[in-house]
Design a protein around this ligand. Structure first.
Ligand SMILES: C/C(=C\Cc1cc(O)c2ccccc2c1O)CCC[C@H](C)CCC[C@H](C)CCCC(C)C
Ligand SMILES: C[S@@+](CC[C@H](N)C(=O)[O-])C[C@H]1O[C@@H](n2cnc3c(N)ncnc32)[C@H](O)[C@@H]1O
Length: 253
């Protein structure tokens, strides 16, 4: 059971550029910057619930023993470690991200957690929009809180389709852009009154304001299903979880 640690180091005042986080390099720098506090702030701000949502995403991927698996936009490796436990010693998992600092945290956690199965993990620094893998290579793909952050969602979906084996699935976890007024209001209230004020204490106000804006600009569940079908997937279904605050898109090639 993961113990909730709230010892979060203070970061130097953000020299964050004033303009929005529009281009890939700005997002890359953002995730490099938040890497030291990312995991603990997620635990604190979701009261540890994000770990449940991530387990659901991995379960929906259909990952099983002996598989070749990909965790896209792996960050500090939460889903990569869960996929590693699914693949076991006979399988392998690639955790891919373009943030050096996030991958550094992931690699450190792999060493500290030191589970035998984690020897099946390979960390790859690369762009989710230009995957260094051949067609039809993976048995399952997960993407946790990544699709909303890439600058070209259509391209990302096409790349996932390309590297996935026929008949296999992608499982994409992210915030849900809810159409329910109460849920949308609660989510906005949480960001304005809890998430961003808490992040401000750690010098990360603009980074978590970006998080809120990125959700406002994200696709709805139905739009995500269409994005997958347009990329060539034969099946796509978006499930609302966490009381409608989060969503998980499952698509099959
Ligand atoms: C794991 C979670 C978010 C990951 C995440 C994704 C991003 O795109 C970011 C961008 C910029 C900065 C940070 C992130 C980032 O951390 C989800 C849980 C963590 C959230 C920060 C907390 C969200 C709180 C909910 C709106 C309300 C939770 C109510 C209840 C306590 C479950
Ligand atoms: C919010 S974090 C999610 C991390 C992890 N999947 C999780 O669930 O906690 C988003 C991650 O996506 C990565 N990312 C964003 N755009 C990317 C891209 N084009 N290629 C590779 N990684 C990217 C960021 O560096 C960051 O680590």
């Amino acid at each position: 059971m993961h113990s909730l640690q709230f010892s979060i180091p203070l970061l130097p005042t953000s020299r964050f550029k004033r303009h929005s986080v529009r281009c890939a390099s700005d997002r890359q720098q953002l995730f490099n910057r938040i890497a030291p506090v990312y995991d603990n702030l997620n635990d604190l701000l979701s009261l540890g619930q994000h770990r449940i949502w991530k387990r659901m995403a991995v379960s929906w991927s259909g990952a099983k023993t002996g598989d070749s698996l990909l965790d896209l936009c792996c960050g500090s490796g939460d889903l990569t470690f869960l996929m590693s436990e699914k693949a076991g010693a006979d399988g392998k998992v690639i955790g891919l991200d373009f943030s050096k600092e996030q991958l550094s945290i992931a690699s450190s956690r792999q060493y500290l957690l030191s589970k035998a199965c984690y020897n099946n993990i390979e960390w790859v620094e690369a762009d989710a929009l230009d995957l260094p893998f051949s067609n039809g290579y993976f048995d399952a793909i997960t993407m946790g809180y990544g699709l909303r952050n890439v600058v070209d969602k259509r391209r990302a979906m096409q790349e996932m389709f390309r590297v996935l084996k026929p008949g296999s699935r992608v499982s994409i976890l992210d915030f849900n852009k809810s159409m329910q007024p109460f849920t949308a209001l609660f989510q906005e209230w949480m960001f304005d009154n809890v998430v961003v004020p808490t992040a401000t204490v750690y010098g990360l106000a603009k980074e978590y304001q970006y998080l809120k804006t990125s959700i406002d600009e994200f696709l709805t569940g139905k739009e995500l299903e269409k994005l997958a079908l347009d990329a060539g997937f034969s099946y796509a279904r978006h499930y609302e979880i966490g009381g409608g605050l989060m969503g998980n898109l499952v698509a099959a090639r």
